[in-house]
Design a binder for this molecule. Structure first.
Ligand code: HAM
Length: 429
């Protein structure tokens, strides 16, 4: 038999990890509700052209990391698994005419993304993001709302020392001047650039700055900075954002070299780190403004801003902070004196479940003492012990925590358990 394994760069989220992810998804949904960001779900795959147009052909994400899908009826792969959520959400905004709603439209979306990345700690080929977008507001106040929302999520998830790295990468007015200066700088060192970077330097020089090649680090460090080229409107926007973030008490570090690895950004760009972990280059999340993207995907010119947080990375921090999530405990385990009477035990557990109680039944035909040991190991609060009393319509209800036991009517069992449970809360993950 071949030994099957999950594909490289993917992983199975076993119940304890899935519980952490579930807790983070619940936190994301709760924060989205509190901040007024409404849930949206877009397909896991899209026309590849959506990503090519939005993210840019010369980015790592499109050029090297896109999972293209060959469908049975097509000769060329037309679709691609989504490497991120923003392009799909903006496509949906345009497709459904959402610019007719009161603006901005605020979206929240949680789910898996796919990038053919080089797997390593904290970097996967299938990973999860919480993604937030506000489309239709030029800012800068909404930029601050978004940046602060990400910080709040990370803190509530258990990250104690979150640092925002902030930059502005200009707009259609001032970016061309910067790109020209950068091109000139890169041209002088063209012979030091590997082939792919040399091609990029002529198509999309900003993307050379994303290179993770250690041989290019010094060259990149000496490159001109976008901050020296910003136009008056971009400077005013940036100053406004800083003022709003100061008013919210969000800790910000200026990061003049953050350009982000996706082409759609304009003006505001930011990344989240745990202080001290910046050197790992593993941001917990990032985002920025994309004022040209709606138009690029066929809509009227409309500004937008958003972020995505890497849930796989946040989950590692959440688990380190509060330990793995305890597995759900049954409130009740139904056990019985007759090992073979699994039908009776299953029926009683099923009736309890139907009444809304987290119940399990011991379905192994084994001795009562072993069944009770199992109930204790599962952390159940109560055991329902089925014996001869059932002929008279009664069962024993044993409180495993208090060590007490009483005879109750099988008919009223659910009510009796709910009453005995009192203010205790059980059975939740
Ligand atoms: P991004 O920086 O490409 O931005 O990804 C955001 C976060 O997703 C990263 O900071 C990281 O935590 C996580 N991430 C990315 N790739 C991987 C991977 N291979 N394995 C594990 N985690 C990963 C975006 O995706 C933009 N769409 C964010 C955005 C939303 N901008 C505006 N709106």
């Amino acid at each position: 038999m071949p030994k099957f394994q999950a594909p490289r760069g993917t992983r199975d989220l076993l119940p304890s990890q899935k519980a952490t992810f579930g807790r983070l998804e619940t936190l994301a949904a709760d924060l989205a509700r509190r901040y007024g960001y409404r849930p949206i779900e877009t397909p896991l795959f899209e026309d590849a052209a959506v990503f090519e147009r939005a993210i840019g052909n010369a980015t790592d994400v499109v050029e090297k990391e896109l999972f293209r899908i060959l469908s049975p009826t097509e000769a060329e792969p037309r679709w691609a698994l989504r490497p991120e959520a923003t392009a799909g959400i903006v496509r949906a905004y345009v497709e459904h005419g959402l610019q007719t709603l009161p603006q901005p439209v605020r979206f929240s979306s949680f789910g898996p993304m796919f990038r053919y990345d080089r797997p390593q700690a904290g970097r996967f080929r299938q990973f999860w993001q919480w993604n937030v977008e506000a489309i239709g507001d030029p800012g800068p106040a909404i930029d601050a709302e978004i940046v602060e929302l990400g910080v709040r999520f990370l803190r509530e998830a258990g990250a104690t020392d979150v640092q925002v790295h902030l930059n502005s990468i200009g707009d259609a007015e001032c970016r061309p001047g910067y790109v020209a200066a950068l091109s000139e700088y890169l041209a002088k060192s063209a012979d030091r650039l590997p082939e792919m970077e040399r091609a990029r330097a002529s198509i999309s020089p900003l993307r050379v700055l994303d290179s993770k090649d250690p041989n290019l680090a010094a060259l990149i460090a000496g490159a001109p900075l976008i901050g020296d080229f910003l136009c008056a409107a971009c400077r005013t926007h940036y100053a406004g954002l800083r003022r709003h973030l100061d008013a919210l008490g969000v800790p910000v570090g200026e990061a003049p070299r953050i350009v982000r690895g996706l082409d759609y950004y304009t003006r505001t760009t930011f990344e989240y780190f745990v202080r001290g972990a910046e050197g790992s280059q593993q941001a917990l999340g990032g985002g920025g403004r994309y004022d040209g993207l709606v138009e690029l995907l066929g809509g009227r010119p409309t500004p937008g801003i958003g972020f995505a947080l890497g849930i796989d990375r946040v989950a590692m921090i959440a688990e380190a902070a509060s330990g793995p999530v305890e597995p759900a405990r049954p409130v009740v385990v139904v056990v019985g004196a007759n090992p073979e009477a699994t039908d009776v035990r299953l029926r009683i557990a099923t009736d309890l479940r139907a009444a809304g109680i987290a119940a399990s039944a011991d379905l192994a035909p084994r001795k009562l003492s072993r069944q009770l040991e199992g109930a204790a190991r599962d952390g159940a609060h109560f055991a329902v012990v089925v014996g001869d009393e059932l002929d008279a319509g009664q069962v024993q209800l044993r409180d495993l925590e208090a060590g007490t036991q009483k005879l109750v009517n099988a008919d009223g069992l659910a009510r009796e358990i709910a009453r005995a449970q009192g203010s205790h809360r059980h059975g939740s993950a």
